[in-house]
Write a protein that binds this ligand. Structure first.
Ligand SMILES: [Zn+2]
Length: 506
């Protein structure tokens, strides 16, 4: 068990929601927009006279209290006996006087839809913020307790129970902490630590577990081929080098919150234990650089962009070095640069939409499952898996009873002329760049592993190259054609909330 009375979250008691505006109290929102829409789009700051823009931030510790604990993100079973640095849920609530939106980022490798929906429901009961206006994503640190069963590490059920109320608590506290605020945004660049980790290899030299266990006949691409591997030819796709930042200040200009986004996988730690990786370190560096203490009341959130095919390592440089401190420092420098250009606005409109879409699952056939069962009985028995081959045999068996379709959630969120699009998948850099390019907003952030975790999302042409991210498992199972459909849906959602139809400024 992970419960510790001293760390118990606030009891989730209903609290009345006070509405600042009364003009529209008895009108539905569409009618309200029709009546005053022109006024809002013509002069947003003027609206501040009747409704303040408010924001609040909060962070809640989610470091487990019981060890040892299985961690996520590794092929073979990995157990942590201590925490190197704290894990947190970090939340931001924005309120334009008409609508409230909540954004939370969890120091976890992946959290599934069920747990996230439970946290949202608990937060809604207290705050009244509709579930479709809550965005909860995972940082994808690979040194957090397993909250989703995948590869060699099954989820720790007690930890998931511990996590759910704490995610809700972070949103509730951020909502309670709301004060008059202003927002600005900007974009920096940090090409140093984002590199495509998939390489096209000389024929016959890429890793190739038996086809029956991965569903992938051709494998020309290989992940992390190594520095000295002379069989690597070229990387399989582009990466997104942007550091995108939304900054929130109090009405008198003091740092209140910050949501950043960068598209690299994780940096890793040099000793065994739990860590929020560079995501947590970035938040600490930003607080220090801005001259404030974390959580009092400033909180930074570092979300993962589109890093499904990217990591920190440049395999063209044999003496390459990176660690979480180096990555955090470089990304923080880019974020600080971005903030210099931020123009703060006293009031901006908020809008958020959500779409649920179902996709076919690449399920193993009965024959595949029988072959995998036979293989595991002969070669593995009750011991933990040790090799890629054993892992994919196990994944095949684990997916035997999966449904033929899975529903996923997509979202788009607007904060003035700054937008966020989300996917619940480990999304490729090319997808993120395409969404940003097609977005009608002047600056767009794309957050992956948001509102669930539905595996890797390789574009269809990447399935032709094969490699780890295409191999069928609980980490990669959506239909081959899912990526263009998801990309188009996110762009459509962004266009739907672009009521002002502002031209792109860059
Ligand atoms: Zn990963």
């Amino acid at each position: 068990m992970f419960h510790d009375a001293s760390k118990s979250p606030t009891k989730l008691k209903a609290r009345p929601i006070t509405r600042k505006w009364t003009i529209v109290g008895c009108l539905d929102f569409a009618a309200y927009l029709f009546i005053v829409g022109a006024m809002i789009s013509a002069s947003p700051p003027g609206h501040a006279a009747s409704a303040d823009f408010r924001a609040g931030a909060a962070m809640v510790d989610i470091t487990p209290t019981n060890f040892p604990i299985r961690t996520a993100g590794n092929l073979v079973i990995t157990v942590a006996n201590k925490a190197i640095d704290p894990l947190n849920v970090r939340a931001l609530v924005l309120d334009d006087g008409r609508k409230q939106v909540a954004i939370a980022v969890v120091d976890s490798c992946m959290v599934d839809r069920e747990a996230i929906d439970a946290a949202k429901a608990a937060a809604r009961r207290v705050t009244g913020i509709p579930i479709e206006r809550m965005l909860i994503s995972s940082t994808h640190t690979h040194t957090a307790p397993a909250a989703y069963s995948c590869h060699g590490n099954d989820a720790e059920p007690d930890y998931v129970e511990f996590l759910i109320p704490r995610i809700a608590q972070a949103i509730i506290e951020a909502w309670r902490n709301r004060v008059p605020a202003r927002v600005g945004w900007g974009k920096g660049e940090c090409p140093q630590f984002v590199h495509c980790r998939r390489w096209i290899m000389q024929p016959g030299t890429a890793q190739n577990p038996p086809v029956a266990f991965t569903g992938q006949a051709t494998n020309l691409a290989m992940m992390n081929p190594g520095f000295g591997n002379t069989n690597k030819i070229r990387q399989t796709g582009p990466v997104d080098t942007a550091v995108t930042v939304l900054s929130v200040q109090t009405a008198d200009g003091k740092p209140l919150g910050l949501l950043a986004n960068y598209s690299t996988h994780y940096a890793g730690v040099s000793e065994a234990g739990l860590s929020a990786d560079y995501f947590g370190e970035f938040c600490r560096v930003m607080a220090k650089e801005l001259g404030v203490e974390e959580g009092k009341p400033f909180v930074a959130l570092m979300s993962n962009g589109t890093s499904g095919d990217a990591n920190c390592v440049d395999f063209t440089k044999p003496n390459w070095k990176n660690d979480r401190f180096m990555v955090a420092r470089a990304v923080a420098d880019a974020a600080l640069e971005a903030l210099k250009a931020a123009r703060y606005q006293e009031w901006v409109p908020l809008a958020m939409v959500e779409q649920k879409r179902a996709f076919k699952v690449r399920r193993p056939s009965r024959k595949d499952v029988a072959a995998a069962r036979d293989y595991l009985a002969k070669n593995v028995g009750d011991r933990p898996i040790r090799t890629w081959e054993e892992n994919y045999a196990r994944e095949t068996v684990k997916m035997a009873d999966w449904p033929t379709r899975k529903e996923i959630k997509l979202q788009a969120l607007r904060i003035g002329d700054f937008a966020i699009g989300t996917t619940p998948c480990e999304t490729y850099g090319s997808t993120g760049l395409a969404i940003k390019q097609a977005s009608p907003f002047s600056l767009t952030m794309v957050i992956e592993l948001a509102n669930g975790c539905n595996g890797y999302l390789p574009p269809p042409d990447q399935f032709e190259l094969g490699g780890y991210t295409t191999w069928r498992a609980r980490s990669s199972y959506l239909e081959i054609g899912a990526e263009p459909k998801i990309r188009d849906s996110v762009v459509s959602l962004l266009k739907r909330i672009d009521k002002d139809k502002k031209p792109r400024s860059k």
